[in-house]
Design a protein around this ligand. Structure first.
Ligand code: F0G
Length: 478
């Protein structure tokens, strides 16, 4: 059969509240045009994230009942530890309530003021946790990563020549670890090849620097390797995942993605001494090292989810569904990051809305428009999320790319939902020249995209607008 179907049946349904365009206009105003501030019940198709939004399987729901809620040494922890060790292969497995908790604890133990952490591309929470400690997060992806229209089978790769030059240029003592994020979420959900991980490891070994994987989407990355890298077609996704982790000294993991769980994560390492320091910190803020801020039942759901995500019929269907969305909109002219990613399609808002200057946030404008048009919630990954940087004269610097991510939650939406999304995007694309930009009216110091408040740029107001931000003067040009 040519048709690839959802390899599951629906057992429980959750009704979707349908809304009108007028209602959505009101919800947008109430949320200050920040889609994170919408009430989820007012969203028709929620593509904000694939994180923590998965539908659990019958096996996971059954596993919840097995949850052992003992404070210390619960059976659920040992089941969880066994599954994680089997796939990831690390000696020490420390549960965490989610990925950023693992990041905070890892960097608190390994980094200090002045440390530098190179990554293919730091995710926003990774960067924020590093910078919060007075350390620096550096992105070293291959050049193709910054060219949305360019096809590359492993566009998430790290630029290994740049990494080696970088380590040589700054003292390796200042680099407590190198990270590789699989898949590379910030610019397309693009995979990293096994060859690239191996090369990064070789460089790290030469300079005595540990390598960690940000493993959030490890199963999708492993499946891309199976499909695209010579020598892996006959290996199972699990074998490929094990090989990926065999080159690393540890990993951070958000089980909210490829753990198919609604909450949870973990931190792994082969270094017993480091693990002890990490567990000491864990007790301070997360909980005892056999639950790490999770209920026993959560550990059970993750243990089952980690096995299920490796099923190849599931990954085949997931990739087919995401590719379908990408191909249908790009065939009609919508510019997207090519090729389609493992968990999402990213629209290139800079290319689609060239009349909106970067600092009027074309990605935000497009995300707002998709909600207005059809109640679809997506996520800006551009100057709102990344540009909290300023030139010496105090001007905000735009991000390298202005993207809108349509992340597909695991096992939640069917083919007709995807068709609805395609239709909405094409309608917005038709009237793209009439869409205008936004400005930020208030924002917090870190991770501003979650809570910043926006207003539409009124084309009739003055050309040059001056406002104060972080005590600096920011100029937004119409
Ligand atoms: N690393 C990557 C690559 C991520 O994508 C995320 C989360 C994290 C770390 C942090 O994990 O949310 O469990 O604390 N990404 C979500 C997203 C939020 O929508 O892409 P967390």
């Amino acid at each position: 059969m040519k048709t690839i179907i959802e390899p599951f049946r629906v057992k429980v349904v959750e009704p979707i509240k349908m809304t009108t365009r007028d209602e959505r206009e009101g919800y947008l105003k109430d949320a200050a045009y920040n889609l994170f501030l919408l009430k989820a019940e007012n969203v028709i198709i929620d593509l904000l994230t694939d994180s923590g939004t998965a539908a659990m399987s019958a096996e996971q729901w059954s596993a919840l009942m097995r949850g052992d809620e003992s404070y210390a040494g619960s059976k659920s922890f040992y089941r969880f530890e066994e599954v994680v060790r089997d796939i990831f292969g690390f000696k020490q497995v420390i549960p965490m309530h989610q990925g950023r908790a693992a990041e905070r604890i890892l960097f608190s133990v390994m980094c200090k003021q002045g440390s530098i952490v190179p990554n293919n591309t730091n995710f926003d929470t990774t960067r924020a946790n590093i910078e919060y400690l007075g350390a620096e997060a550096v992105d070293l992806p291959i050049p193709e990563f910054y060219q949305p229209a360019v096809n590359h089978p492993f566009k998430g790769n790290m630029d290994t020549a740049a990494l080696e030059n970088f380590i040589k240029r700054v003292d390796p003592e200042r680099i407590p670890l190198v990270m590789v994020t699989v898949t590379n979420n910030s610019g397309g959900g693009q995979p990293v090849s096994m060859a690239n991980i191996r090369e990064v490891k070789a460089i790290c070994s030469r300079y005595g620097v540990p390598l960690y994987l940000d493993a959030c989407r490890f199963a999708e990355n492993a499946y891309f390797i199976k499909l695209r890298e010579a020598g892996y077609a006959d290996k199972s996704v699990k074998e490929i995942a094990r090989e990926m982790f065999s080159y690393a000294d540890g990993c951070t993991m958000s089980a909210k993605k490829d753990g198919l769980a609604n909450i949870g994560g973990f931190l792994c390492t082969n270094d017993d001494q480091l693990a002890q320091q990490e567990k000491d910190l864990l007790i301070l803020t997360e909980g005892f090292p056999t639950y790490g801020g999770l209920a026993g039942r959560d550990l059970e759901a993750i243990a089952v989810g980690l096995e299920e995500v490796l099923h190849e019929d599931y990954l085949q269907y997931r990739f087919a569904s995401i590719r379908y969305l990408g191909e249908h909109i790009s065939r009609a002219g919508v510019p997207i990051v090519q090729p389609p990613g493992g968990h999402a399609i990213y629209i290139d808002a800079r290319a689609m809305l060239p009349h909106i200057p970067p600092l009027q946030y074309p990605g935000q404008a497009l995300a707002v428009e998709l909600y207005r048009e059809a109640g679809i919630r997506s996520c800006e990954i551009g100057s709102v999320m990344h540009a909290e940087k300023y030139t010496e004269s105090g001007e905000e610097m735009p991000s390298a790319m202005e993207l809108v991510r349509l992340a597909i939650p695991h096992r939640v939406y069917t083919q007709s939902h995807i068709d609805y999304v395609v239709e909405a995007i094409l309608q917005v694309y038709e009237r793209r020249t009439s869409i205008s930009g936004y400005r930020i009216v208030s924002q917090p110091k870190f991770l501003r995209h979650f809570t910043a408040r926006f207003e539409p740029v009124d084309e009739l107001t003055e050309i040059l607008r001056v406002r104060s931000n972080h005590g600096k003067q920011i100029f937004l040009q119409n």
